[in-house]
Design a protein around this ligand. Structure first.
Ligand code: HEM
Length: 242
């Protein structure tokens, strides 16, 4: 008989609880549609997924379990990563108050008391530099994985096919050969002339969102979200740590 470890038992329980809470939210939407309160399950991501579980074309239909997997993936990929980035931004700005002041000055200059718009967001240069430096020092995703399709050689290293390779984003971002002796310091000015200049045109040196065809689909969304959040920083003093 196979015995399950305490961790596995706990993981199974958590899995069940996550599934039940997702199904509960879905049920509320179904009841609202049934009672005629709403015409559809909603135009948001969840609403569209629920719609797909009821698709008449079987080729397009997804199962309830697939819907739950999609929701979990989006939550894990999109929520934890963004909160992690914003958390480190707050810590680093609390330590480096001169950058906090520069960020506040930029937001006030570009938006004043207006709500952020896409034109203004594109002009937030200082904040872009701060976000990149936070992503470099504390990348929310530490590794990317790739499966080797066919045998390859990198320098003296022979890489056999079908193995998984774990590329450490953290190690690349903390390599003094790429970033210099001040690699462990918070220095947003290294991104003043863009990522290409900061990495000496080495696209694989800065990988917070991965690279290639499977790069993060939330890249633009999350950086805009972070910049909008910075707009709120302008109105408050992020505590300072000395
Ligand atoms: C600071 C925030 C984020 C970071 C640092 C981040 C980082 C990453 C990384 C490193 C990958 C792997 C890319 C690769 O293998 O080359 C990835 C994939 C992915 N990310 Fe993000 N991500 C963030 C936010 C988001 C958001 C907000 C969403 C959704 C709204 C999202 C959805 C995804 C999805 C669906 C994938 C899988 C893409 C695929 O395999 O084709 N991410 N992300």
């Amino acid at each position: 008989m196979l015995l399950r470890s305490d961790d596995e038992v706990e993981a199974k329980k958590l899995q069940q609880r996550i599934k039940s809470s997702i199904l509960e939210i879905v049920k509320k939407r179904e009841i609202n549609v049934k009672d005629g309160e709403f015409q559809s399950f909603g135009s948001d991501y969840l609403g569209q997924l629920v719609e797909m579980t009821r698709e008449s074309d079987v080729k397009k239909r997804i199962t309830i379990d697939q819907m739950i997997d999609e929701i979990k993936a989006m939550y894990g990929a999109g929520h934890l990563t963004t909160t992690n980035l914003l958390g480190w931004c707050v810590v680093l700005l609390a330590i480096n108050t001169e950058w906090q002041d520069r960020a506040r000055e930029e937001v006030n200059r570009i938006f004043g008391r207006k709500s952020p718009d896409s034109d203004g967001i594109a002009r937030l240069k200082i904040i872009n530099m701060i976000i990149n430096e936070c992503l470099r020092l504390y990348p929310p995703v530490l590794t990317v994985t790739r499966k080797v399709a066919k045998e390859a050689k990198i320098g003296e290293l022979r890489i056999p096919p079908k193995i998984n390779i774990y590329i450490s984003i953290l190690a690349l971002h903390h390599n003094p050969d790429i970033w210099g002796k001040d690699v462990h310091l918070f220095r947003p000015e290294r991104f003043a002339e863009g990522v290409a200049k900061a990495t000496n045109n080495n696209a694989a040196a800065f990988l917070p969102f991965g690279l290639g065809p499977r790069t993060c689909v939330g890249l633009n969304f999350t950086t805009n979200e972070a910049k909008v959040t910075f707009n709120d920083f302008a109105e408050v003093q992020v505590c300072s740590v000395t």
